[in-house]
Design a protein around this ligand. Structure first.
Ligand code: N2P
Length: 361
């Protein structure tokens, strides 16, 4: 008997069955899906998935604008999807092909559709806020019991930033998630399109630049969980993933997240199909699979972001559903704004202000 040959034959047979339905190339945010989702989808559909990740809308946008990315399914934030659509790099979604579309949270999908001025641009995967993640004890040690942990002051006031510099501050490398909030911090409207307010926001950031450890959009999850940084401008779910990792590691670090009282942006990430996607049928199958209530709930329970799926709520961990940092209270909702789609002129200002800041002020 030659067991190895027998096993090899089984393996070949299995792989033929498993991948008989072709390929699907996905490009999604890092730390944004449950560990078993892709394997479950492959096992159930026989589609072979290549799954790559990014941590920046700008990186995704550059790939989409260049074309021939090879991706069939991507997950841009609403304002970036809108700009991509203007440039013709995304296909409309044929909602009639999605059996599970009725599971979507209509209110959330409606807000995203309003931002995009379209009903068929994409399907909201997750949504969230941009806020402040902080190490409760490290911040208290340096700024006292009345540390302004519920205000952008914690990081944007240079006096506070100077005191936190030794334990480490990080800011997202995401101009359209950070600059509008600096505008709001200065008393302006977060959904402004006035270039002058962005120039001023850049000055506020430049003033705290010397006190920052780094500007990066995914490194801070592990760093704050491990106590290597103590305060960060972060996206909601990433902050809770960090809190969870610290808890799991039992390392003594307690991480919390706040939606600043001055307000913050509410964003939506949507599943979308590039105009030049090759495996369009499989992209639809994937979107529909992700909209299944059980699949959507499993993802939320892992990534701690709010879901675009209403039907999933019955199976989402109550700790997540009831958490004001994940599903904002009515009170804090009043202070939330959606970033409008910037035109080319404002986009240039934003990029200039940001590169001055990120390259050192
Ligand atoms: C996931 C980050 C997604 C939020 N790590 C950005 N909109």
């Amino acid at each position: 008997m030659k067991p190895t040959i027998k096993y090899a034959a089984i393996a070949i047979l299995a792989s033929n069955i498993a991948y008989a339905e072709g390929q699907l190339n996905i490009y999604n945010w890092s730390d944004y899906i449950a560990e078993d989702t892709i394997a479950n989808f492959e096992a159930e559909t026989g589609i072979s998935v290549t799954y790559d990740v990014y941590d920046s809308n700008e990186v995704l946008e550059a790939k989409m604008m260049a074309g021939s990315s090879g991706y069939d399914l991507v997950v841009p934030t609403g304002d970036f999807l809108a700009r991509g659509r203007e440039a013709g790099v995304y296909a409309d979604i044929d909602l009639a092909r999605l059996a599970n579309i009725g599971n979507q949270d209509r209110q959330v999908q409606g807000l995203a559709d309003a931002q995009l001025e379209a009903r068929n641009a994409g399907v909201v995967y997750m949504w969230g806020t941009t806020g402040i993640a902080y190490n409760v004890d490290m911040v208290r040690e340096r700024l006292g019991d009345n540390a302004p942990t519920d205000s952008w002051d914690l990081i944007l006031d240079p006096a506070n930033a100077a005191k936190l510099a030794d334990c480490g501050i990080a800011i997202l490398d995401a101009p359209t998630d950070v600059l509008p909030n600096v505008v709001a911090y200065q008393g302006g409207a977060g959904d402004t399109t006035d270039p002058k307010l962005f120039e001023k926001a850049g000055e506020v950031l430049n003033a705290v630049r010397p006190h920052l450890r780094y500007i990066h959009s995914s490194q801070s999850i592990n760093d704050i969980a491990n106590g290597d940084i103590c305060a960060a401008i972060m996206w909601s779910g990433d902050a809770f993933q960090a809190a969870y990792r610290a808890e799991e590691a039992n390392n003594g670090h307690v991480i919390d997240y706040s939606i600043p009282s001055e307000g913050t942006n509410l964003w939506f990430d949507l599943m979308a199909i590039p105009a030049d996607a090759k495996n369009v049928d499989n992209a639809y199958k994937f979107i529909d699979y992700m909209m299944r209530a059980d699949v959507a709930a499993n993802n939320v329970n892992y990534v701690w972001y709010a879901s675009g799926n209403q039907a999933a709520k019955a199976s989402i961990d109550p700790e997540i559903l009831e958490h004001p940092g994940i599903y904002p209270t009515e009170e804090s909702q009043k202070k939330l704004f959606v970033v409008p789609v910037y035109d080319a002129r404002l986009d240039r200002v934003v990029n200039r202000v940001w590169s001055r800041f990120s390259s050192g002020g």
